[in-house]
Design a protein around this ligand. Sequence first.
Ligand code: GLC
Length: 615
Amino acid sequence: MPLLRTTRSLRTAVLAGLLLSGTVLVPAASASATPLYKNSHAPVSSRVKDLMARMTLDDKIGQMTQGERGSATPAQAAAARLGSILSGGGSVPSPNTPAGWADMIDAYQKAVTSTGLGIPIVYGSDAVHGHNNVYGATVFPHNIGLGAANDPQLVERIGAVTAEETAATGVKWAFAPCLCVARDDRWGRTYESFGEIPRNAVENSVVIEGLQGRDLGDRTSVMATAKHFIGDGGTTGGVDQGNTQISLDELRKIHLPPFRAAVDHGVGSVMISFNSWNGVKDHGNKFLITDLLKGELGFTGYVVSDWNGIDQIDGQTGFTAAEVKRAVNAGIDMVMVPNDYQKFIDTLRAEVLNGDVPMSRIDDANRRILTKKFELGLFDHPYTDRSLQKDFGSAAHHALARQAARESQVLLKNDGVLPLAKKNNKIFVAGKNANDMGNQAGGWTLTWQGQSGERVIPGTTILDGIKAGAGKGTGVTYDRAGNGIDSSYQVAVAVVGETPYAEGQGDRPNGLGLDAEDLALIGKLKASGVPLVVVTVSGRPLDIAAQLPSFNGLVAAWLPGSEGAGVADVLYGDYNPTGKLNFTWPKSSSQEPINAGDGKQGLFPYGYGLSYRRR
Ligand code: GLC
């Protein structure tokens, strides 16, 4: 039989065999045709394999490197072949608008996709309560309020809206949700926690489904980040980035379940925590990252370090070759090295060439990173879908934020003073947090630390809500310090609590009491004899035991975000409060840490929350 026929019949037999075996056939790429990795119809695994076969060591090390926008221009990102760029808290383009963000990120994509293999970056930002770095974004209650709402379906919807507004700006990677289980309320990141027991974070990890959508490649999807692995909420004394001194059993019982749930939700990335576990920094702990997270939990996405997190492994400032080797070999796939990214690249290259970091580790990291980039559709659609910008900060999104604010309110005391009468009432409103969008939004709002300010972001203050809800014959007076209060008023509402903070700057090792301004205000209002409703706007339970007897009503509002009117909805009874404490409320900070089941008697127990009697 002529060779040709033999060859053809052999090829036919092989093709038949392949088809029968279910192997997907993709036309072999001829020299002039598009490389397989650029074929959007090819399986992701094939695209990854084809791309990696074309990559140099520097290509691969670049993919494992994340720089901050302030230290890497698009040209520099392309030259260094960076895999990712991030915005640290408050690191924003000018103008800080969806179009400004899209222009910035598209410029990075244009630079990196027009050089070398054209691998797009994935841009990351902390969209932790809405796309909070961007002016005009819908800002939702922080996790502490969402946990009190006990409504995972609501939280999933919040994830979806957050993803839509985030994707609208070109950001396809959200460094959220924080799944920390905050055990000591003195910790500055307590408000980023859904609650003090794992169930809160487990149930609300469904926000990942909202963020990532049905398919990571959907235009409105962004990749989520389960953070911070592991034990950030369990440090001794609630010291941020401190030492979590607990047994492996307790780590598994308290802090691991939310990450197991996140993996079950298909979370695309996990961020490593700054804290130490029994004296060893998580960023260098191979047992935690490789054995526990990737092995036992079966996490197949990629692991990113926290901000300069690898620098902390040896306890000295800056990073060394030993730390780079330790972190990468521990299982970190992408390193957030905001500024010294070229030094990191050079150091890791040397560690690979000297054999201290095996090529198999580099390839595993790249396989994980590139798989997510292909799944996100970044190779096929690297530029921002600006059609999504029409709904950015929309009325519908704000309505969801208001519903979330309503459901997160916890009514802790009510002698009948609540709900407020809407008609024929005379209401005196006071306090530093009554008319301050910045204070009610809290940290991670426009800037890293957040800031006070009446109109820092669009939305409604609590005072706006009280004024808008007033009916016929009702007057509302506001004075921050309570000046003008007298017995002609039928009720006084004092909105007190904390001003914004983030991370360690929010640690309160010296007590959780109200500040002098709030205490003076409460004293003044009480002296007037007018029934007093206190609303706490704070990132944690506060020490108000001594003042509680002088309150006729008490509502924990947490950090309600854009729509303070949702708090007023509860004060007027337009929404019958359903919120329940997701943190045991201490009698004093000397009880900390105090948590459900530890036998301590707080001021209000975990799960406590009143409603109005049915009218
Ligand atoms: C911060 C936080 C982390 C955040 C990261 C990027 O230090 O620990 O939650 O995602 O840096 O802003």
